[in-house]
Design a protein around this ligand. Structure first.
Ligand SMILES: NC(=O)c1ccc[n+]([C@@H]2O[C@H](COP(=O)([O-])OP(=O)(O)OC[C@H]3O[C@@H](n4cnc5c(N)ncnc54)[C@H](O)[C@@H]3O)[C@@H](O)[C@H]2O)c1
Length: 249
């Protein structure tokens, strides 16, 4: 994809999908603002992009704080004068969680909703003013197939990601008249470093393990000019997992 002259913000850009996406958009020519609550890891991603000949700046950003988001957006506009692309990849389920809603603490549920749902909403809210002024922009929010199916133990996360999809559809309609495209991608299981992978091929219909670039390839298309007529859609990248009852006939 040709993203020369584009300025892209990627949240959660120190993580598995976010870092792969940040590197992909940079290799396609974008100047990438690498945002993460973990500045040290975000800086490593930005350094790797620069070492590869790309353009990147790391900014510490906590998507649960509107002050932090607004400061990051203001710094991006100061530095680059525009924002063409936003990818919200900050998120994830709680690391230590109960197996039921009634067993989950209120704090954990609030944190999962804050990072995954409110984080995406407030990042979008913070950039659309600039995109409207430009009469152009592309936003991709990272949801999950868990939003489309039940997944015991992940009710808060499922609700947050379903909310991200619903929010994106409505935002898409609000801003489409300004030449801004908002869409979602919903990955299936994408192993992070250290995740056990031996069982994964049996969970999808391709029979193999997804890599983060299966997601970033799609994001790169959706933020490109080639996707100019794609509005308010949710694209599932899961090797067919959510289409059928694998192994339960
Ligand atoms: N990996 C998967 O199997 C999978 C599947 C479906 C959806 N997703 C979604 O994809 C996105 C990326 O997931 P991943 O697998 O790369 O996870 P990851 O844990 O590798 O990366 C998530 C990143 O978000 C950052 N983050 C967490 N809280 C934050 C906050 N408050 N502010 C800013 N950054 C914060 C973390 O520091 C981390 O770098 C998430 O939204 C996740 O829900 C992942």
């Amino acid at each position: 994809m040709n993203l020369e002259s584009k300025v892209a913000i990627v949240t959660g850009a120190a993580g598995c999908i976010g870092s792969t996406t940040a590197k992909r958009l940079a290799s396609d020519g974008a100047a990438v603002v690498v945002c993460d609550v973990n500045l040290e890891l975000a800086q490593n991603v930005a350094d790797a992009i620069i070492a590869d000949g790309g353009r990147a700046t790391a900014i510490e950003t906590d998507v649960t704080s509107t002050e932090s988001i607004d400061a990051m957006v203001a710094q991006t506009i100061d530095q680059h004068g525009r924002i063409d692309i936003l990818v919200t990849a900050a998120g994830g389920s709680a690391r230590e969680r109960a197996s039921t809603v009634h067993g989950s603490s209120v704090e954990v549920i609030k944190q999962v909703l804050d990072v995954n749902l409110r984080g995406a909403i407030f990042c979008c809210r913070a950039v659309v003013g600039q995109m409207i002024a430009q009469e152009a922009g592309k936003i991709v929010n990272v949801a999950s197939i868990v939003a489309l199916q039940g997944s015991p133990g992940h009710a808060d996360y499922a609700a947050a990601k379903a909310g991200v999809i619903a929010f994106s559809k409505t935002l898409a309609l609000e801003v489409a008249p300004h030449n801004i495209n908002v869409n979602c991608v919903s990955p299936g299981l994408v192993p992070r470093p250290g995740t056990r992978v031996d069982h994964i091929p049996a969970t999808n219909y391709l029979g193999r393990v997804a890599t983060p670039d299966t997601v970033s390839n799609l994001v790169a298309f959706l933020v490109s000019d080639e996707a100019d007529f794609v509005v308010g859609q949710n694209y599932v990248v899961d090797g067919g997992r959510s289409l059928g009852l694998k192994g339960r006939r």
